[in-house]
Design a binder for this molecule. Structure first.
Ligand SMILES: Cc1cc2nc3c(=O)[nH]c(=O)nc-3n(C[C@H](O)[C@H](O)[C@H](O)COP(=O)(O)O)c2cc1C
Length: 261
């Protein structure tokens, strides 16, 4: 099993890094108990070369390969493609993800147009001083879900300004263990084959939106090539969601689509 953790704090030994390490340790133990080889890699986004999006829209209009910025984005993308599961972990800055995480999300915005992560599980982590984490986790959830990820869980950790690794382990070992177990089981049991109501609905809304754009556009060609415009296509990948749930999600998606696209 291959897990990629994208950690957006500048502090390599900060709170967010401590939580990711706790998850890594416990996922290692869970994988060993199941005789499953585990490859867990953490990328420190703040220490990578990720330039600010210039807003030129080239990725939308002519494909991501034409982005004029030559930096680490394609390499990070390749690592996500190779992983079974993603952990996105950010500290809360002024009630949201930090700028490093947001910039990475912005640079990946083309995936909202051409969602390519169907079949991959993701777990969302936010660490915070004292305040809430729900808005931060919502930012991550909105992006990753519209990119096709199966979001298996999310957790916020109140950690003050800076906790030591041992304090973090003492306070948060169990919560980190739950996150590790949830992500491990979701991948092992292929839970992504049973997309949620919301994910099925989002697919329906996206289908409506991209069907309306010019047939000459890059996005339209992509959706057509995937077979996602076919009347019987209900998700990015073949799935085993309950047919009643699928029908209802598609009805609600069709009703909402004209208002949100
Ligand atoms: C610029 C900045 C903004 C922050 N904003 C908030 C905030 O809005 N609410 C809060 O409770 N903590 C806030 N914090 C505290 C961090 O969220 C918290 O200490 C986090 O766990 C730090 O993670 P790190 O050590 O991985 O960087 C902020 C910290 C910084 C440096």
């Amino acid at each position: 099993m291959k897990i990629l953790a994208l950690m957006s704090s500048f502090r390599k030994k900060g709170n967010t890094a401590h939580i990711v390490q706790l998850i890594e340790q416990q996922m290692g133990e869970i994988a060993a108990r199941h005789d499953e080889p585990l490859d867990f890699e953490t990328l420190h986004l703040a220490h990578m070369d990720i330039e600010l999006c210039r807003g030129c829209r080239t990725c939308f209009d002519r494909g991501e390969a034409t982005c004029p910025l030559k930096d680490d984005i394609p390499a990070i993308r390749a690592k996500i493609d190779a992983a079974d599961g993603l952990i996105l972990a950010s500290p809360v800055y002024v009630d949201d993800v930090n700028a490093v995480a947001k910039n990475w999300i912005d640079r990946m915005a083309y995936v909202c147009h051409r969602p390519t992560f169907g079949g991959k599980c993701a777990y969302l982590i936010a660490t915070v001083g004292e305040g809430p984490t729900n808005h931060t986790l919502r930012t991550m959830n909105f992006a990753l879900r519209s990119w096709g990820f199966h979001i298996v869980g999310r957790a916020g950790f109140k950690m003050g300004a800076l906790m030591s690794q041992s304090e973090a382990a003492q306070h948060f070992r169990d919560e980190a263990g739950d996150a590790a177990e949830t992500l491990f089981q979701a991948i092992a049991q292929q839970q992504y084959l049973r997309p949620s109501f919301i994910s099925l609905m989002i697919f329906r809304v996206q289908q409506h939106a991209w069907r309306k754009v010019s047939p000459d556009s890059y996005d339209y060609a992509y959706w057509k090539a995937q077979g996602w415009f076919k009347p019987d296509c209900t998700f990015y990948i073949e799935h085993r969601a309950n047919p009643m749930k699928v029908s209802l999600a598609r009805l609600v998606g069709a009703a909402l689509a004209p208002f949100v696209t």
